[in-house]
Design a protein around this ligand. Structure first.
Ligand SMILES: [Zn+2]
Ligand SMILES: [Zn+2]
Length: 458
């Protein structure tokens, strides 16, 4: 079991800043607690309530004494927001050690009951951060009044991504085979890739190419989700597929292939649609999800997932148009990165809501409504070419690398549009529409589990 504290980048920047002060600084982080299907815990940070200046009775480089006014209002807020209160303080000074002192442990014991009672939360969290050359080092714990478990990972989500491990946690080494990657972007990013849990939704031309690249990049934990069996016309695009695999579930063909590349990786094939609630819930364990599905209803689920559960989604699509006489006249690719603060796929007009509704119907209902003119007909078999699906998959994986390395332009564009027929690339950023769920004011960012799941009718 692992516990991951997921922090939107705005809040993480503030934590980092506070950790560079030369005196100890405290506050309460409010986080929604989510238990994942694999029995891990995700704490989704929603707010950081800093101790107000007047509540510091003593504040030095290695000492902190605050009055109850410093945290009591935060506990009321935690109760109101249904959040776990995490008492947070810094150990200042570059290269300082965030390990709890004996005094910290005593304080934690005395705060646990008080915090849990006042916030009406079964859990009390404690977090200590330090700053190390612009990155955060930390230790943390989660206490349910009976037992105490470590907070193992801190996953910063936003335009840039960062994964930090608790400074006292054990770490898997990096294999020599990644030498060329390390020469390109360094050991720390390689280590993060090895610790990421990735989900891939849709295992066709783009999804299988993404999967293959992730494994070769060093990602070791991958969920594959796709409902379909491999058809003979899939063999032309699906990586790892052979003519003799026709009829087998795509996820199994791909999973076998990935395990052949590197037997030590963990791949979980799930033959199902993402529009099945139980399947969507499996993505609660993912740190990052690649959306490689053609269907609009599936895209709507992924769009909500990124907002409610702070799971960044890299969604991609390829659209070929032909002039009807067998000549390609448009080769379009799109890679959109969804994270808190950016417009979702609906705000961007990247989802056809009519089609999405149609896709959620049973085939009988759909045919009836199409006949009556109440629903759009779903498109038949679309053209697809391996060169273009692979190109878009590579662009999607490149987004992940770019966001982990923190290189490149600032602000980072959240969408890349490829017009391969014109050999042109353009990028954009888009604000959420007012009052939409992806907008900050909706209160849905990092809300966690809701009933119904993702506030969606399934
Ligand atoms: Zn301390
Ligand atoms: Zn939106």
């Amino acid at each position: 079991m692992t516990t991951t504290l997921v922090v939107p980048d705005r809040l993480a920047s503030r934590l980092r800043e506070l950790s560079t002060y030369d005196v100890e600084t405290g506050g309460v982080i409010l986080a929604r607690l989510v238990r994942t299907p694999e029995d891990n815990i995700r704490l989704l940070a929603r707010e950081l309530l800093e101790v107000p200046d007047h509540a510091y009775e003593r504040r030095e480089a290695q000492q902190l004494l605050i009055s109850s006014e410093g945290y009591v209002p935060a506990l009321a807020r935690a109760e109101e927001a249904g959040c776990v209160p995490i008492w947070f303080h810094t150990h200042p000074g570059n290269d300082s050690n965030p390990a709890p002192s004996r005094h910290d442990l005593t304080v934690n014991r005395s705060l646990s009951d008080l915090f849990r009672l006042r916030a009406d939360s079964p859990f009390y969290g404690a977090l200590i951060t330090s700053s190390d050359d612009g990155t955060i080092t930390f230790t943390g714990s989660l206490d349910d009044g009976v037992s105490i478990a470590p907070i193992d990972r801190l996953w910063v989500v936003g335009p840039r991504l960062a994964l930090y491990h608790a400074c006292d946690s054990e770490h898997q080494g990096v294999l020599d085979i990644y030498d060329r990657n390390i020469r390109a972007f360094g050991g720390p990013v390689q280590r993060v890739l090895g610790d990421l849990r990735a989900g891939i939704v849709g295992c066709g031309g783009t999804g299988s190419a993404v999967a293959e690249q992730l494994v070769r990049l060093g990602v070791r934990d991958i969920q594959l989700i796709d409902p379909d069996e491999l058809s003979d016309s899939n063999v032309t695009r699906v990586y790892g597929s052979r003519l003799k695999d026709v009829g087998r579930p795509k996820v199994e063909v791909l999973a076998d292939h990935l395990a052949d590349i590197l037997p030590s990786i963990r791949v979980r094939p799930i033959q199902s649609m993402i529009t099945v609630e139980e399947t969507a819930r499996l993505l609660l364990d993912a740190d990052i999800v690649f959306g490689c599905t053609d269907d609009n209803a599936g895209r709507m689920v992924l769009s909500r997932l990124s907002t409610y559960l702070l799971v960044p989604v890299i969604d991609c699509g390829v659209l070929l148009s032909s002039d009807g006489a067998g000549r390609l006249d448009g080769i379009h690719g799109r890679v959109t990165v969804l994270h808190p603060g950016q417009a979702c796929l609906i705000c961007r007009g990247r989802v056809d809501l009519g089609r999405a509704r149609s896709e959620m119907l049973t085939p009988e209902e759909r045919n009836r409504l199409v006949d009556e003119g109440y629903a759009p007909a779903l498109p038949g078999v679309e053209p697809a070419v391996v060169a273009y699906t692979s190109a878009v998959a590579a662009a999607a994986v490149a987004e992940l690398i770019e966001r982990l390395t923190h290189h490149g332009v600032d602000p980072v564009p959240s969408e890349v549009l490829l017009r391969l027929h014109d050999r042109e690339v353009s990028t954009n950023n888009q604000e959420p529409l007012d009052r939409h769920y992806c907008h900050d004011s909706s209160g849905k960012i990092g809300l966690g589990l809701t009933a119904p799941f993702l506030d969606q009718t399934w």
